[in-house]
Write a protein that binds this ligand. Structure first.
Ligand SMILES: [Zn+2]
Length: 397
């Protein structure tokens, strides 16, 4: 009885398991575990039996205690069915079948691996990197297969499994990653949707990918598609930067460097510039009238983006289209082409509050993960790391 709390401490919830003896070595604690006889159901004929066939000793590794390894020496009992003579081992929930470690240890592997490198996680748990990876690979992480009302699809550069980009599926309202997909191909998304219950999906936030849009239409019928704000606004900043780079090309070395250095101040919205910044911008634009045009187009769009609502977004956008037309700046004409193709989805983003922000947060999360586990080649390990990190964080916060 006095060892009862120890079993709990070891993560053993099976109440027919008892600590028979325990001791301490230089680098480890050991526990001898016995089990009580219990009526068993034969796995073959389902008859009840209590007849013991024999015992086998098994050594199991547990989660470390106070930085020391934990060895569990289990006297495992084999029963025999009195009806059909089948022999079988008793069931124990604290260890996984065919494994030489406790469920608790593999849980710790997963939790630590989601916050640090696999090697570091393993070393804290007294495991080699290979064993850590094997344990991680054996773990199955349950994911939601019934998709919610509003989802977002976005990509990130994970560089795993020979693919530069991976895709995340996000529950927009609950702000949760639902799953991570190995690449950003339309077929992959379609296959994913086929494996899910998509009956509730009404709203999908996506970047400006035609392939995704078509895949959504094929698999989800006719959901309301919203263009992600970050993705469409980015187009204007890229266009502006294209103009800047073109001008830069024509400049002498000395001025070229200066203009490059001023990229940041030019990207900022004018309202956020201090006096010195404003002066610098004015100095640059004074020398390059073409850049001034691009600068004003970028700022106009930014203003539209920040001040429009569902009632005036459409008119404002059309007004901006004509400004671009008048300016004749080629790089922005391409933005207008894209915006016209995605006009409905872009305007949807002013009607519904489901966009931006969270995807950005997710992108930062994957950036963090990327930094910590630079060089994860296996997609499934990267996926587990991302999904489990979220589980850990959700429970902690
Ligand atoms: Zn039987």
């Amino acid at each position: 009885m006095r060892f009862h709390s120890i079993t709990r401490f070891l993560g053993i919830k099976d109440d027919h398991v008892e600590v028979f003896d325990t001791g301490e070595k230089e680098k480890s604690f050991w526990f001898q575990l016995h089990t009580k006889v219990r009526k068993q159901t034969c796995p073959k004929c389902k008859e009840k039996t209590k007849r013991i066939h024999g015992y086998r000793w098994q050594c199991i590794q547990g989660a470390p205690i106070a930085g020391k390894k934990v060895e569990l020496h289990l006297r495992k009992r084999r029963y025999i069915c009195t009806t059909c003579s089948r022999t079988f081992f008793e069931k124990l929930s604290f260890m996984e079948r065919y494994q030489r470690h406790t469920v608790m240890l593999s849980q710790e592997v997963l939790s630590l691996s989601s916050e640090m490198s696999f090697t570091h996680a393993g070393s804290l748990l007294g495991l080699s990197t290979n064993r850590t990876l094997r344990m991680l690979d054996q773990r199955h992480i349950p994911v939601r297969k019934v998709l919610p009302r509003a989802i977002a699809i976005d990509e990130f550069k994970g560089d795993a499994g020979n693919e530069r980009f991976q895709t995340i599926i996000v529950d927009v309202e609950r702000r949760e990653i639902i799953d991570v997909l190995p690449d950003r191909r339309a077929e992959t998304i379609e296959t994913y949707f086929k494996q899910c219950d998509t009956g509730n999906v009404r709203i999908v936030v996506i970047d400006l990918s035609k392939a995704f849009k078509e895949a959504l239409r094929r698999q989800l019928g006719n959901p309301l598609i919203i263009a992600d704000r970050f993705h469409f606004m980015r187009q204007a900043y890229w266009a502006f930067d294209k103009v800047r780079r073109e001008i830069q090309q024509e400049l002498y070395q000395e001025y070229r460097i200066r203009l490059k250095r001023h990229k940041e101040v030019l990207w900022k919205s004018p309202s956020r510039l201090n006096e010195k910044g404003k002066e610098r911008v004015e100095e640059i634009l004074g020398k390059h009238p073409e850049l001034r045009k691009a600068y004003e187009l970028k700022n106009e769009l930014d203003k539209w983006f920040k001040t429009s609502d569902k009632d005036n977004a459409k008119a404002g956008l059309e007004k901006w289209f004509s400004l671009v037309d008048e300016s004749g700046v080629e790089a922005f004409k391409n933005v207008v082409k894209t915006f016209k193709r995605w006009k409905t989805e872009i305007l949807h983003s002013f009607m519904y509050p489901y966009n931006n922000g969270f995807i950005e947060g997710v992108n930062n999360t994957t950036k963090v993960i990327k930094r910590m586990s630079y060089g994860i080649k296996s997609f499934s390990r990267l996926r587990k790391k991302i999904l489990w990190r979220q589980v850990v964080r959700t429970h902690a916060g």
